[in-house]
Design a protein around this ligand. Structure first.
Ligand SMILES: Nc1ncnc2c1ncn2[C@@H]1O[C@H](COP(=O)(O)OP(=O)(O)O)[C@@H](O)[C@H]1O
Ligand SMILES: [Mg+2]
Length: 175
């Protein structure tokens, strides 16, 4: 009998270990987003994955609160991106919904590059698109019903530096 070949768990080069956190309620998701948002800095790129209703916008609402930017954060149904200015002298939040986005060219057309360095950019449905904007991004994938599980993978030097690893470890271990 030959041994079963298991899928490799070795991260891609430049990618860190996968971490996960369970968020039981909407309030938990928002509260965790607040903590995440408070630990972000200018230039950070977050790519949110998961199906419709997975909690990406809910999480972004928490992130916005933690960043102290002007709301409200809504599902950008008719616009692809919205800029939420900082109310605290920190980075603005660029909230992108890539659902209807036709690839990187269109995302480029939004002139997001100009704000990438000074803002925090959160892209819903960004897998396969937003990653091309930067080697450094935090990938968050939401799944589950009611209790949501968030899988986090940090890519690039920003998210694999020692200070970021401490932040991410705290985010997934503290209640
Ligand atoms: N633990 C949870 N975290 C986030 N949302 C939840 C949770 N449990 C239930 N929900 C519900 O799921 C929906 C998530 O919607 P939304 O954040 O707009 O998702 P998405 O942006 O991924 O499409 C909301 O109606 C919210 O009330
Ligand atoms: Mg949404």
């Amino acid at each position: 009998m030959s041994p079963e070949v298991l899928p490799t768990t070795t991260p891609e080069p430049g990618s860190g270990q996968a971490r996960r956190v369970q968020l039981r309620t909407v309030d938990d998701t928002r509260a965790w987003g607040v903590r995440l948002g408070a630990s972000l800095r200018a230039g950070d790129l977050l790519v949110l994955g998961g199906g419709l209703g997975a909690g990406k916008t809910t999480l972004t609402q928490g992130i916005a609160q933690g960043l102290q930017v002007r709301g409200p954060i809504t599902s950008p149904t008719f616009v692809i991106a919205r800029v939420h200015p900082s109310l605290a002298g920190g980075p603005d939040l660029v909230h992108v919904d890539a659902y209807r986005l036709d690839g990187l060219a269109e995302l480029d057309d939004l002139d997001l590059d100009t704000s990438l360095e000074t803002a925090v950019t959160v892209v819903e449905w960004g897998h396969g698109v937003a990653e091309q904007l930067s080697e450094d991004y935090l990938e968050l994938t939401l799944s589950g019903h009611d209790t949501r599980t968030v899988n986090l993978v940090g890519h690039g030097l920003r998210w694999n530096a020692v200070d970021a690893a401490v932040v991410l470890d705290n985010l997934v271990s503290l209640p």
